[in-house]
Every structure is written in structure tokens, then in C-alpha cells.
Design a protein around this ligand. Structure first.
Ligand SMILES: [Fe+2]
Length: 428
């Protein structure tokens, strides 16, 4: 009867939440104002997030790690959907003649740019930006805004670019027209005194081709790839631990658990995020009926009056529409086996299976290179691997369970039977 939300006349029409009623409008306004203030004011702001609206939306933190002393740095942010967040990475390499090369740029937040400027002050400004992917919209979206922050850089773009639903020219995607070069011809590859270049693909997907520019930095024996290879760490990556909310959300077994931060919950959360990220709907996930989800949400801590609006929103108001079957960890053990380099299941099941000869051509090229580590744009990096190890990973992918692959196989069947698009130049 004493607090801010009391409604003593509730017995007249006895509906939930009875004597405790919060005023939603005030909570919503406060949340919007807080978000607006944060977006405008702080170091992590990324105002263009509505273009590709992925978590963490307008607030992106950046972690920098030096991979090879005074030569290679990785910048990491996180990105995902419904708290299924994975690291996304750009790699910065110091050029022998001075200046920097940037592979697969990230969101140029004030923090990201400040870290980059520190490298530029020491080693020279960014000379080259590589936009390596054709299909990876989660990378392409940053290239235009990033390039505008590096006015002396040339932007090198993988060939076979297309966009959906309308095939827009690159300048419409924000790339600076005067400084952009599409690498249609291997003879145009830049900085060949330091780098070997190879295009993985093109591989026809019916809607448009897949292709990815890969680079080998000879001085450090380092291979750069975007999406084609990954390595899954046994424990959560450091960049995910900066804000552990997604780990804690997925680390719960049921909606009635709160988001208390414990190492065990972070670890479980990471394992489940990996399974969602790799398989979309892992085999050991049981999707609950809507009625049950609603009932469980009523008992969730985020529904209790003591919880503030922000915490409730963070926990999706207690909605957790699945539960994990016993033994689900086995899929994670397989996916992260030895933390070795591997092909992500979506690429193995939906893309690389279409044109093995394109993969073979790429493998024959990289077999002539000498590298001992790979830096992919997602999950762990760097990962120890030679050309032989990469060849083995591509020719003999890890045995994913059939139940884990069912959604990916459905996507594959849809693409195989899909309409052929004139956007795909590989199809006559
Ligand atoms: Fe990607």
C-alpha cells in the first residue's frame, strides 16, 4: 500500500497486476531519452546502426589486440541477433613502406577511430582498405563510413559485388567513387611486394555469387580470411566479456532464473551462442509452445515489481521460447574440437558444396604460400594453421550431427530450387 505503484481499488475489477501498477509511458520515455543521450554522447556510438540493425545497435565497444608485435593488430567488436553475438574483426597491418592496410573494416566509432589514430601516429596513415567480401553485408556496411575517415586510403573491393533486392552501384553504398578500385583482374592486386592475393570463388548461389578476397602477409606468414574459415574457442572471447549480458541471457536454463553473473553461466552462454551461431537451430534445442512460454514468463524475475524497466527489457520480459535437452554440450565439443580451424557449417552446407572446383582452385593457389597462422573475421584469432591444415579442414569438415544441420539443409534446398536471378553473372 505504501509504494509508488499502489492502486488500492484493484478489488473493484480484480485484474493482474492487482494492487501494483506501473506507468509504462514514463518508463518508455526514460529509456528512449537514455538511449538518445548515450548515442549522441559517448565513445561507442554508431549512429548508422539502423542500416543493418544488429545487436548492439548504436553502442559498439572496440577491443584492440596486438597479434604480431608492431606489425599486426586486430580490432574487435561484437554483432548479432537476439543476443546470439559473435566477435567481428578487422585486421590492421603495418606496411613496409609506411602506413597501414586495413582488411574488413569495422564500425568507425569514436573509440575505434581513436585506437586507429594511435597506430597512424606511430606507423603512418591508412593507405589501403580492403573490402573483401561479396555476400557479407555485416562487413560491407562499414566500408563506406570507414573510408570517409581515412581520406588518403584507396578502397580495394572484391569483384562480383551485388546487393539485394536492388543491385546498387558501389557509390550508393557509401564508397568514395574517386578512391575505389574493384579488383576484377588479378593484375590489379596492390601491394604485391608484401602480400599474396587470391579470390575464393565466385560460387553461384542463384540469387548472386559468393566470393571472398584472401591475403597472405608474407613477412609474418599470416593468412587473412573473412567468413570462409573459423575457429571456435573453448571459452568466451574477451570482446564478449566486455558486456556479458548476451552470455548471461543464454546461460540460463529457464526463464525463472535471473541474470546473475557467474563464470559457469558465462561459459554455458558462450557454448549456446556458438551453437545458435553455427546451426541457427541446434538439434538439442526444444522449441516451446507459445502458451508455455507466456506462462513461464509470468514467473520470470523480470516480471516482478522489483525489476526496473531496463532490466526487464534486457531479459526480453522473461520470454525464453526454448529449452536445451540433456547432453546438448556434445555439439559444442564437436564444434570447438581442439580450437582448430574449420569451415562454418553454413558455408560447408549451403555454399562450398555447390562448386567444389572453385574451392579446389583456391586451395591450389594458397598451397604455394607459406603461412603459419590464420586471422578470420569471426570467432577466434589468430589460429595456428598451415596451407596443409587449411586444405584438410576444407576437404574433410568436422562431423556435424545431422540434427544440428537440419535448418541449414532446408536453406540449401530452398536455394537449389530457388528462382535464378539476373544479378548473378555466373548464370547465363
Ligand atoms: Fe561475416
Amino acid at each position: 500500500m505504501a509504494n509508488d505503484w499502489c492502486w488500492p481499488y484493484w478489488p473493484v475489477v480484480p485484474l493482474y497486476p492487482y494492487g501494483q501498477r506501473r506507468t509504462l509511458i514514463r518508463e518508455v520515455v526514460v529509456t528512449i531519452l537514455q538511449a538518445a543521450r548515450l548515442t549522441m554522447a559517448n565513445d561507442w556510438r554508431w549512429p548508422y546502426w539502423p542500416v543493418v540493425p544488429l545487436y548492439p545497435y548504436g553502442q559498439r565497444r572496440t577491443l584492440i589486440r596486438e597479434v604480431v608485435p608492431e606489425t599486426i593488430w586486430v580490432f574487435e567488436q561484437v554483432q548479432g541477433i537476439f543476443y546470439v553475438v559473435v566477435p567481428i574483426r578487422m585486421t590492421v597491418i603495418r606496411l613496409a613502406a609506411g602506413g597501414l592496410l586495413v582488411y574488413a573494416p569495422l564500425a568507425p566509432t569514436p573509440e575505434c577511430l581513436r585506437l586507429l589514430r594511435q597506430l597512424e601516429a606511430e606507423y603512418g596513415v591508412v593507405q589501403a582498405i580492403v573490402q573483401p567480401t561479396v555476400t557479407g553485408i555485416e562487413h560491407k556496411v562499414f566500408v563506406g563510413p570507414f573510408a570517409r575517415q581515412c581520406p588518403q586510403a584507396t578502397v580495394y573491393v572484391a569483384p562480383y559485388q551485388w546487393s539485394f533486392p536492388v543491385n546498387l552501384p558501389l557509390s550508393w553504398l557509401g564508397l568514395p567513387r574517386q578512391r575505389t578500385q574493384v579488383l576484377n583482374d588479378p593484375a590489379d592486386y596492390p601491394h604485391t611486394d608484401e602480400f599474396d592475393w587470391a579470390l575464393l570463388g565466385p560460387i553461384s548461389l542463384n540469387v548472386g555469387p559468393f566470393a571472398e578476397l584472401t591475403l597472405c602477409h608474407r613477412a609474418t606468414d599470416t593468412l587473412l580470411v573473412t567468413d570462409s574459415l573459423v575457429s571456435i574457442s573453448a571459452t568466451p572471447p574477451a570482446v564478449l566479456e566486455l558486456d556479458p549480458l548476451p552470455l548471461l541471457f543464454h546461460g540460463r536454463d529457464q526463464a525463472s532464473e535471473d541474470l546473475e553473473d557467474t563464470p559457469e553461466r558465462r561459459q554455458r552462454g558462450w557454448q549456446r551462442i556458438v551453437l545458435f551461431g553455427l546451426y541457427f537451430r541446434p538439434g538439442d534445442l526444444e522449441v516451446l509452445p507459445l502458451g508455455k512460454v507466456w506462462r513461464l514468463a509470468q514467473g520470470a524475475p523480470s516480471r516482478r515489481p522489483a525489476t526496473d524497466w531496463r532490466s526487464a527489457r534486457q531479459a526480453y520480459f522473461g520470454l525464453l521460447p526454448w529449452q536445451w535437452r540433456p547432453g546438448w554440450q556434445a555439439a559444442f565439443e564437436r564444434a570447438s574440437a581442439a580450437e582448430a580451424v574449420r569451415v562454418a557449417p553454413i558455408l560447408a552446407t549451403v555454399i562450398f558444396n555447390r562448386q567444389p572446383e572453385a574451392i579446389q582452385r583456391w586451395l591450389e593457389t594458397i598451397q604455394q604460400w607459406s603461412f603459419t597462422q590464420v586471422i578470420p573475421a569471426h570467432f577466434s584469432a589468430p589460429v595456428a594453421a598451415t596451407p596443409e591444415v587449411v586444405a584438410a579442414a576444407l576437404s574433410d569438415p568436422p562431423p556435424d550431427a545431422a540434427a544440428d544441420l537440419s535448418v541449414l539443409q532446408r536453406i540449401n534446398r530452398l536455394l537449389v530450387g530457388g528462382e535464378r536471378s539476373p544479378q548473378d553473372p555466373l548464370l547465363g
